[in-house]
Design a protein around this ligand. Structure first.
Ligand SMILES: Nc1ncnc2c1ncn2[C@@H]1O[C@H](COP(=O)(O)OP(=O)(O)OP(=O)(O)O)[C@@H](O)[C@H]1O
Length: 806
């Protein structure tokens, strides 16, 4: 039991297919839906609520050590986030998380959980992060639908690029891949149209229903006249308010929402327009559907007659002459359906481009952003009837499987050989020949499809005949003897029989110029914008400014447009380019049974998935192989800190010296790079972390020492300043006192002087008359000899002598 419940299957020494299955299903029965194969996460869809994603669980998985907690999708989010920031074994790098598995295996749920946890990790609570989280319900409503394999199946692929500056999210970009537009006009048994139609009909208020001209849901042919039980309708209603909230949150304007709903209502009405032949060659709209024609024209904001004309005939200009060709009933119905598909496809593309506009990073161009990409692409599909869409979906899955194989098996084993590492080769199912069958030029399925699509007279049968003649000897292709244009491709995940009917038309995906110009002139601004938009080489809608529209439309030529197959091929190539330069993390989703039931494991279904996913081989390569292979330079640069020697040369010898200081075993040394087991990354990261913690302690102590020293010198300075202050104050006091003494002395002197003066004045007053008397009496006799002036002079002389204290 111990072995069976092992959390990392790569740690088991011996495992065969049967014990792998047993091990996973035992864990599943105990609600342990996650299991590691080294650094790869296997997730089995529980089809029931499990208390695995609560706030408290999310907290535990933040910055955790992998081996200390059970395997979890949150652990993948944590590892991608920490690796992006360069906190784990490697320096900062862009990351991508690749989620794969067949339809209904749980990819979209895993994507949502990853997004949520990454937002938690960057402590997100700003408006931007809320907007990023709100994008999902919006895209799900417009891009998901019920299929026989999954009630909430993604009918498009998406690659979400989260962009960060340092640790906080600065923006996001959604890349969408090939929406299954044909679902708007046709759904197979047991399937439904896109969720938004049902949500809108269930959740809209009676007033708005009147405003948009919506009627009873069972009346609409595009909905197959089917609606749902009361319970389901209630849920759709709730979903509709969620979608409206999401639109508000993401930032859609009121008029844009109204336009969008009007277009959806128009698509539903359009589907009810039926045609019948008249006695002349012309077609007419049946009496019953005249009302629908009127309603559609109103909802699409175009003239009723013009709409009818564009449905029933094609106008083309040859050598300056306008030629009108009448449609037969089938052509009119095709024109009707193609309007519905284009309108819906473009609404979806517009939502994505609008979301991207609103979530674009608001930072300067020179700010370098890091990225985590999450890929949630439609799962492998094999229905009773497989059409062009299934072919594209399965091609995308082939491409993903190739990416997985390339990373896990191919690159690794090539490097062992090149670097002289002893290695017993592990065989795996290489799907490169199947990819080549699709993508090779000029003789691959997509090239032949393009070739045939370019001939207006070619039929789907011609296309399949061409495939049969070119690939009849290929081990990955089987000719099917039938009146219908059938063919079989042996995919990595099993054989799929395709029905070639409609392949050419879907690949061309053109709308007649007359229809396009009719809608460009619609009074509904959004519809006009959508039909004037161009489509990029990778199939992305590019809305244009109104003024530029008409000019470009004058020389619009539908044959210049890339085929859908070519666009899809390009978009996959661009996606692979992005993913090949990032560090990948793999989540392999497994569907436990075909009935979408909880607690049930269908051994055959699970075993098939384990086999075609190559999980047993993955376990072997993760157990015996060296999944992490940094170059000497890369390793020495990152880990020289373990030697605590600056300026260490980035050589093999340095790598050896570094590793000799650790207790890590089991690594190998090649001729230009090191070879490590997946768990070595964790061990080295732990050593770095320990060193990091030690560095923090040293920094802390050093800082405290510096602070203490600074404090002491400040204290001395304070003492010095205080002393100086004291001395200054004393000196000032002294000077003040001296000044006061001096003033006192002066005052005393002044008073003395005054006293003296007073005394002399008294003497003057006392002696002057006497002196005068004496003088006069002494000199009186000789007054003749002494004139009066002499007398005055002598008197003044005495007076002065008296003043001076004589
Ligand atoms: N972790 C989970 N916990 C509970 N239920 C889950 C979980 N994962 C998936 N499910 C259930 O399985 C259903 C299908 O999952 P999901 O839509 O994620 O599959 P998918 O692989 O994305 O399929 P497709 O390729 O068709 O889009 C979900 O609607 C949900 O009911």
């Amino acid at each position: 039991m111990e072995v069976l419940l092992h959390e990392d299957l790569a740690a088991l020494s011996d495992l065969d297919e049967q014990s792998l299955l047993e091990s996973l299903s035992q864990r599943f029965k105990q609600d342990r839906i996650y299991t590691y194969i080294g650094d790869i996460l296997v997730a089995i869809n529980p089809f029931k609520y499990l208390p695995l994603y609560e706030k408290e669980v999310s907290e535990r998985y933040k910055y955790h050590e992998k081996t200390k907690l059970p395997p979890h999708i949150f652990a993948v989010a944590d590892r991608a986030y920490q690796s992006m920031l360069g906190r784990l074994a490697t320096g900062p790098r862009n990351q991508c998380i690749v989620i794969s598995g067949e339809s209904g295996a749980g990819k979209t749920e895993s994507t949502k959980l990853l997004l949520r946890q990454i937002m938690e990790l960057c402590r997100a609570n700003s408006q931007l992060e809320q907007q990023i989280l709100q994008v999902n319900p919006l895209l799900e409503a417009f891009g998901n639908a019920q299929t026989v394999m999954n009630d909430n199946s993604s009918r498009f692929g998406k690659y979400i690029q989260l962009r960060f500056h340092n640790s906080s999210v600065k923006g996001a970009k959604i890349n969408e891949y090939l929406l299954e537009k044909s679902r708007v006009v046709h759904q197979d048994e047991g399937e439904r149209n896109f969720h938004i139609f049902y949500c809108m009909l269930a959740g809209i208020s009676p007033d708005d229903k009147d405003m948009y001209g919506l009627l009873d849901p069972t009346q609409y042919r595009y909905l197959n006249g089917r609606y749902g039980s009361e319970d389901i309708v209630r849920k759709w209603g709730e979903k509709y308010s969620e979608v409206c909230n999401a639109m508000d949150m993401v930032g859609f304007e009121e008029q844009e929402k109204v336009d969008m709903m009007t277009i959806l209502a128009g698509i539903l009405s359009l589907g009810n327009i039926m045609f019948e032949p008249t006695e002349t060659d012309a077609l007419r709209v049946t009496d019953k559907s005249m009302g629908w024609l009127k309603a559609t024209a109103g909802q699409f904001g175009v003239q009723e007659e013009e709409l009818l004309r564009s449905l029933t005939c094609t106008l083309s200009v040859t050598r300056g002459e306008a030629i009108r060709r009448l449609h037969n009933q089938q052509q009119a119905e095709d024109a009707r359906d193609s309007i519905a598909k284009v309108a819906y496809g473009r609404v979806f593309g517009w939502i994505v481009s609008k979301v991207n506009e609103l979530l674009a990073p608001n930072v300067d161009f020179d700010v370098e952003l890091s990225e985590i990409g999450i890929l949630d692409i439609f799962g492998f599909e094999n229905f009773a009837v497989n059409r062009f869409e299934q072919l594209c979906i399965n091609l995308a899955n082939e491409q993903l499987q190739y990416f997985f194989n390339h990373h896990i098996f191919l690159m690794e084993q090539i490097e062992y050989k090149e670097e002289g590492i002893e290695w017993e080769s592990i065989s795996f199912k290489d799907n490169k020949p199947i990819l080549d069958l699709f993508l090779t030029k000029p003789i691959g399925i997509l090239s032949l499809l393009d070739e045939q699509s370019a001939f207006p007279q070619a039929s789907d049968r011609d296309f399949v005949d061409k495939l049969n003649s070119k690939f009849k000897s290929s081990p990955h292709y089987e000719v099917v003897r039938s009146h219908s244009p059938l063919f079989t491709v042996v995919h990595y995940a099993g054989k799929v029989q395709y029905n070639g009917l409609g392949f050419l038309e879907k690949n061309r995906d053109t709308i007649p110029a007359s229809i396009r110009s009719l809608f460009i002139n619609s009074v509904t601004p959004l519809l006009s914008l959508l039909f004037a938009a161009t489509i990029s080489r990778t199939g992305t809608l590019m809305p244009r400014k109104a003024k530029l529209m008409q000019k470009a439309d004058d020389n619009f030529n539908s044959t210049r447009k890339q085929s859908v197959g070519a666009q899809f091929k390009h978009s996959l190539a661009v996606l692979m380019e992005k993913m090949f330069v990032a560090s990948p993390h793999f989540v392999r989703c497994i569907k436990p049974n075909g009935s979408k039931l909880p607690d049930q494991v269908d051994n055959k279904i699970v075993m098939d998935q384990l086999r075609y996913n190559g999980l047993l081989e993955t376990i072997r390569i993760r157990r015996d192989g060296f999944s992490w292979r940094p170059s000497f330079k890369e390793f020495a640069q990152r880990y020289n800190i373990l030697l605590i020697k600056p300026d260490l040369p980035l050589t093999k010898e340095s790598c050896m010296s570094i590793l000799n200081t650790t207790k890590i075993h089991g690594w190998k040394c090649g001729s230009s790079r090191m070879f490590f087991k997946y768990w070595h990354q964790e061990e080295l990261a732990r050593l770095l972390e320990r060193l990091g913690k030690a560095a923090v302690v040293i920094q802390k102590d050093y800082r405290s020492l510096r602070c203490r020293r600074k404090y002491l010198s400040l204290l001395v300075e304070v003492h010095r300043q205080r002393q100086a202050q004291r001395e200054r104050e004393e000196r000032e006091a002294r000077e003040e006192e001296e000044k006061r003494d001096q003033e006192l002395e002066e005052e005393m002197k002044r008073r003395l002087d005054m006293e003296q003066e007073n005394k002399s004045k008294e003497a003057e007053y006392l002696f002057l008359p006497l002196l005068l008397l004496l003088t006069y009496s002494a000199f009186g006799k000789y007054s003749d000899l002494f004139p009066f002036s002499t007398f005055c002079y002598v008197t003044a002389l005495f007076k002065n002598l008296l003043k001076k204290g004589f």
